[in-house]
Design a protein around this ligand. Structure first.
Ligand SMILES: *Cc1c(COP(=O)(O)O)cnc(C)c1O
Ligand SMILES: [Zn+2]
Length: 393
């Protein structure tokens, strides 16, 4: 294994990686660091092509030492789908969707869960606990079951019921909270303080990020080790965006890609846009968003712990942050399905709305290659399509 240590994303302090870790003393998330020079000496990009089509193909850049600790359901290596018909409509002919809907548990949260659970098991954790908007809890409950770990999952009553069912099916201890993800977080904090459970909440342990960063490696490898011009990501806790940014920097340091970074775009809903507001105001931190609500449930995160990292990634990549409204998200979801045949999750559809607006405003040029993340399966959100008006013949 090439993992060397954990580094605080704010104060830079080093922490040992051979025991379970949460936040730094200064309150910021820890980042996994590797001996990249040794990785570059051990493996070349061409080797990956010969490996199985899952995220473990990048094992030198992942934090699991013993292959027997890998807990997998085949996650990763999702398709990059060209969508020229819809792309032509919105003036971006080279529009590509990375379809994470095909991931086990129906969302890209499985990437973080696979790596996070594998490493937790390797470090001797017996029970994980986390607050969730649904998909992360479902994924972690599922992978925990497979790894033989216990899982306590706290989620808002308003989270998609399919995610509740997934947690129960996987034998998790499910707690329903009458509130938002922050209220679920307070419940988990009490459990963690009482002892006996490992806090696996968003960015509170360092390895979920490592799983999600593999989306960045895959985009680049699937494009023939080329970076696209723009990557558009629906941002809640921001782990995927921070992860893709980390992956791109690692690939640059390895010398496997050119120096140019894709411009990263954080998409939020007008009903919950703390990152968009902070980005527009030129701030380094985001203030909590009051009365958050959006159909894109996965991005309803009023106070993301990784706000500093998200904002830094946007600025470092000359990216931007865009808020889109629910009615447009649902309309674009339908238009896209009718033209390309793929039913997106509302979070993925929000990225199309953002792409459309950014193209119309000239921020995206007609000749640019744009990758949109569809972070989950449309089938998990059947209520996005209203069938009540269909006549019975
Ligand atoms: C969790 C989630 C997101 C947001 O992911 P973050 O990494 O928390 O920003 C987007 N889409 C879906 C479907 C999700 O479940
Ligand atoms: Zn610190």
């Amino acid at each position: 294994m090439y993992l060397t240590h954990l580094e605080c994303s704010r104060c830079g302090r080093g922490h040992p990686a051979d025991q379970p870790q949460n936040l730094c003393e200064c309150g910021a998330p820890l980042l996994a660091r590797y001996d990249l020079a040794a990785v570059a000496a051990a493996v070349t990009p061409e080797r990956f092509t010969l490996r199985p089509a899952d995220l473990w193909r990048y094992r030198e850049l992942l934090p699991v030492a013993d292959p027997r600790h890998v807990t997998t359901l085949g996650e990763g290596w999702t398709p990059l789908l060209r969508t020229p018909a819809y792309g032509a409509r919105i003036g971006i002919p080279d529009l590509i969707v990375k379809d994470e809907g095909l991931t086990p548990t129906g969302s890209f949260k499985a990437r973080g869960a696979a790596v996070g659970v594998s490493r937790a098991r390797e470090l001797g954790v017996e029970r994980i606990a986390m607050p969730t908007n649904g998909n992360a809890g479902a994924a972690w409950a599922t992978y925990a079951a497979r790894a033989g770990l216990g899982a306590t999952i706290a989620m808002p009553l308003s989270a998609p019921t399919i995610c509740r069912r997934e947690c129960l099916a996987a034998g998790a201890d499910l707690r329903l909270v009458d509130g938002l993800i922050g209220d679920a977080g307070r419940h988990v904090a009490e459990l963690v303080a009482a002892g006996g459970v490992f806090d696996a909440g968003t960015l509170r342990e360092p390895y979920r990020l490592e799983g999600k960063k593999t989306m960045g490696y895959e985009i680049v490898e699937q494009l023939g080790w080329q970076v696209p011009d723009v990557i558009i990501y629906p941002t809640g806790g921001g782990v995927g965006l921070i992860g893709i940014h980390k992956a791109l920097h690692e690939l640059r340091e390895l010398g496997w890609v050119e120096d140019r970074l894709p411009r990263l775009v954080a998409v939020q809903s007008t009903g919950c846009a703390p990152i968009v507001r902070a980005f527009a105001a030129g701030e380094d931190r985001a203030r909590p968003w009051a009365d958050a609500y959006t159909v894109a449930f996965g991005i309803t995160v009023p106070a993301p712990l990784g706000d500093e990292l998200i904002l830094a990634a946007l600025r470092d990549s000359s990216g931007t942050a865009v808020a889109v409204d629910d009615a447009e998200i649902l309309a674009d979801l339908r238009d896209f399905a009718a033209v390309e045949g793929l039913l997106l999750c509302p979070e993925g559809a929000a990225c199309l709305t953002a792409a459309r607006h950014l193209r119309a405003g000239g921020w995206i040029r007609a000749d640019e290659r744009v990758v949109v993340l569809n972070t989950g399966a449309g089938l998990k959100y059947p209520e996005t399509i209203d069938v009540s008006t269909v006549p019975v013949v």
